[in-house]
Design a protein around this ligand. Structure first.
Ligand code: BGC
Length: 750
């Protein structure tokens, strides 16, 4: 389709109206020009195609579709291939339902465990979130269906999400809140990006030209169109000029006249409007020209894919005395309503009308299982009678498995959690069962993390997050050892909510949320301050064991223009097949800049038969060592000694090797009379000029005379380092004239 020509044939009114959708879920069709309407729909972990009443809060029903595990769950798989495959499955489903753009993945960073929408998001770590987002996008788009990576950016709380301003400094934006979007754009070119509801440093995302045009398009090379989150438009004409192409849902009767008025009074250019139309049409025709409405997919097959994804993602957090897997013939008690009616998906726009749901109780048919509900979903107080019955049932079993978590009323899109507690009655159930049977295993179903004051009283702990419609089968696969657990946490579990770095400032005051913890989000904070945590980032157990050896770097020294190849061997040293997630962390050099102790810069999931060993290889470039320098507005890898570490999790680095990185960046600095000698000497040119000057002045001798003591050269240097240039006048006595300082500054800044 010649999109430029098509736009040239549109009237001004048609163009002004085209940048707003046709209805709740469709772009605008223009019959006169034969432009059809195209459907966009949620996402991210299943299709929510509404044919009847529409809404963006998951209130009204949608067509039956597969409900895959949520983002918080699948992120723990650390498995690009698996996530790509799930994207392919979603792409097929979208084709069969004639959907042009699927609204996902959701990649906002988990700043606080209280965010009501953490269940949908991948991680606290931007590298992991970006890698998984790219895999998802590549999967969906391989079926010629677009994606919409969301919500750009800093939508890390639900509290006042449509009015609050995320106040974030530039370095933190660049290092924490942008990279998942950046990576996805650079590696996978999502067809669309969804701008967030919130403001960033006072400016609503839909009118943020710096973000939507300068950064997203000019810097990162985004080629698709930007769509508003549903109802996120604050000022349509300004949004058009900023590069916010499509308003959704359609709201043209309200916004089209405003766009036309802005064109008329000259505050909006027709060229900007044309650009939006072209970008929207380019993407829509990409879908339309290869649409496959006849696609038929295998519901059962996709349900099995959902089961596999859940089983590869859920995390085994505790397994004392090898309580799991369950042994053949053991008498097992399932306690808790979630065993019968699981919680497997989140509330709000990602809510799917599931094809079919399997509970653990159903999936356990054939095993020797008894059951007691332990709690109801309705009551706000623990039900002592149900708890006592559950404890009795537990007592009669060899192993007691307690199913607990958080009910949907406590965790959903649209509002934040109030605390990190389990639903009422669930904690009491765990305590009662654990008291009745020493062989207690806890299974947790919820979208985020919880505090676990009971953890020492149970032997096993399987953390499921929200496992999608096949959650029950996946649970039984893992409990019985049919599948060996291989998930690892994509977020840190703090001991207490108050330990979280954003705790003091989260939700902010009124409409202002200051991200004062800056770059120290998640393990970047906990590890730097050595705070004890419940479970660290990257933690997870297996029914087998793995050993690491032979960490090798292809060089011990590199320029920031070079790449570094890292290899390491990992071996399955146990007796069953399993998968290990090899995690590579860069331990930052000690330099001028305040940085996290270490950051995840690589991971690979490796399948190993018992006794099998494989070599894993990583390539690191400058970005793996770099921080964002707000003076240069660029990524800089400071010169210094870094280390490459391989970890089982962020707190357990098993192998480590140093590498010296030499920066080739030239950051031009301007010096004045208040610049310190230390800063000037750190600059190669400054060091040369000052060195020469000192020689001429015989500075050493002079200084010794002045201080009257034989100061060590080292102490002298340390003292000088913090002395401003103007101190020369005092130190140099008559030798130093004002003109000399002027000349010196001219030379330094020349
Ligand atoms: C959500 C988006 C979603 C949209 C459409 C909004 O409320 O924030 O993630 O895609 O609704 O349902």
């Amino acid at each position: 389709m010649d999109v430029k020509k098509l736009v040239s044939e549109m009237t001004l009114e048609e163009k002004a109206s085209f940048v707003s959708g046709g209805d709740f879920w469709h772009s605008q069709g223009i019959q006169r020009l034969g432009i059809p309407a195209v459907m966009l729909t949620d996402g991210p972990c299943g299709l929510r195609k509404q044919e009847g009443e529409t809404d963006h809060l998951g209130l009204n029903d949608s067509v039956k579709a597969i409900s895959y595990p949520t983002g918080s769950c699948v992120a723990c798989s650390f498995d690009r291939d698996l996530i790509r495959e799930s994207g392919e499955a979603l792409g097929e489903e979208a084709q069969s339902e004639q959907i042009g753009v699927l609204l996902g993945p959701a990649v906002n960073i988990k700043r606080s465990p209280l965010c009501g929408r953490n269940f949908e998001y991948f991680s606290e770590d931007p590298y992991l979130a970006g890698e998984l987002a790219a895999a998802y996008i590549n999967g969906v788009q391989s079926k010629n269906v677009g994606t919409s990576i969301k919500h750009f950016a800093c939508n890390s709380q639900e509290h006042r999400r449509m009015s609050s301003s995320s106040e974030v400094d530039e370095r933190t934006l660049r290092e924490i809140y942008f990279p998942a979007f950046e990576k996805a754009v650079k590696q996978a070119q999502p067809w669309t990006v969804m701008c967030s509801y919130n403001r960033i440093n006072g400016t609503y995302s839909d009118v943020n030209k710096w973000m939507l045009t300068d950064v997203l398009r000019k810097e990162w090379g985004f080629e698709g169109f930007v769509v508003s989150d549903w109802g996120a438009v604050s000022d349509r004409p300004t949004g058009v000029a900023a590069g916010m192409d499509l308003e959704m849902p359609g709201n043209g009767s309200f916004t089209t006249p405003k766009v036309l008025a802005a064109l008329k009074d000259g505050s909006l250019s027709e060229a900007d409007l044309d650009a939006c139309c072209e970008r929207i049409l380019t993407v829509l025709y990409k879908y339309l020209e290869n649409a496959k409405p006849d696609t038929v997919f295998d519901y059962e097959g996709h349900h099995e894919k959902a089961r596999q994804m859940a089983a590869e993602s859920m995390v085994l957090l505790k397994n004392e005395d090898g309580i799991l897997p369950l042994k053949a013939g053991q008498k097992v008690a399932f306690l808790g309503r979630f065993a019968e009616t699981p919680r497997f998906q989140g509330g709000g726009s990602s809510h799917v009308n599931s094809y079919k749901v399997t509970s653990a109780l159903e999936a356990a048919q054939g095993l020797n299982v008894t059951y007691a509900p332990g709690y109801t979903f309705e009551q706000s107080e623990p039900d002592q009678k149900l708890i006592a019955e559950a404890a009795e049932t537990a007592k009669a079993a060899d192993v007691a498995v307690v199913f607990v978590g958080i009910t949907e009323n406590l965790e959903s899109e649209g509002f934040d959690r109030k605390d990190l507690q389990l639903s009422p009655g669930h904690k009491e159930l765990i305590e009662a069962v654990a008291a009745a049977n020493p062989n207690t295993v806890v299974v947790v179903q919820c979208g985020g993390c919880v505090e676990m004051p009971w953890v020492d009283r149970v032997k096993g702990l399987l953390y499921e997050y929200l496992g999608g419609e096949a959650v029950g089968s996946a649970t039984v696969d893992l409990l019985t050892g049919k599948v060996n657990p291989s998930g690892k946490l994509a977020e840190t579990f703090p001991l207490r909510l108050e330990d979280n770095p954003s705790y003091l400032w989260y939700q902010g005051e009124g409409d202002k949320t200051e991200y004062r913890e800056g770059i120290f989000v998640g393990y970047r904070y906990y590890d730097k301050v050595k705070r004890d945590v419940l479970f660290p980032f990257g933690y997870g157990l297996s029914y087998t064991t793995f050993a690491y050896s032979d960490l090798r770097l292809d060089k011990a020294q590199m320029k920031d223009t070079e790449t570094l190849t890292v290899t390491v061997k990992v071996k399955n040293t146990g007796s069953v097949a399993g998968k290990e997630i090899v995690q590579l962390y860069v331990v930052n050099a000690k330099g001028q800049v305040i940085r996290p102790e270490k950051e995840l810069k690589g991971f690979e999931k490796v399948a190993l038969a018992p006794g099998e060993e494989k070599e894993v290889s990583f390539t690191l470039d400058k970005r793996a060592f770099a921080y964002y320098n707000t003076q240069a507005h660029d990524w800089i890898a400071e010169s210094g000694e870094y280390a490459v570490a391989i970890g089982r999790n962020s707190r357990d680095l098993v192998l480590c090797a140093p590498v010296k990185v030499e920066s080739t960046a030239v950051i031009r600095r301007t010096f004045d009379l208040n610049s310190t000698f230390g800063d000037i000497m750190a600059d190669p040119k400054g060091a040369a000029i000052i060195g020469q000057m000192m020689q001429q002045m015989g500075a050493g001798a002079q200084a010794e005379e002045n201080t009257g003591s034989a100061m060590s050269a080292e102490a002298m240097q340390a003292m000088l380092a913090y002395m401003p240039l103007r101190g020369l006048a005092m130190m140099g006595g008559d030798q130093v004239k004002p003109e000399m300082l002027d000349q010196l500054l001219a030379a330094l800044n020349g």
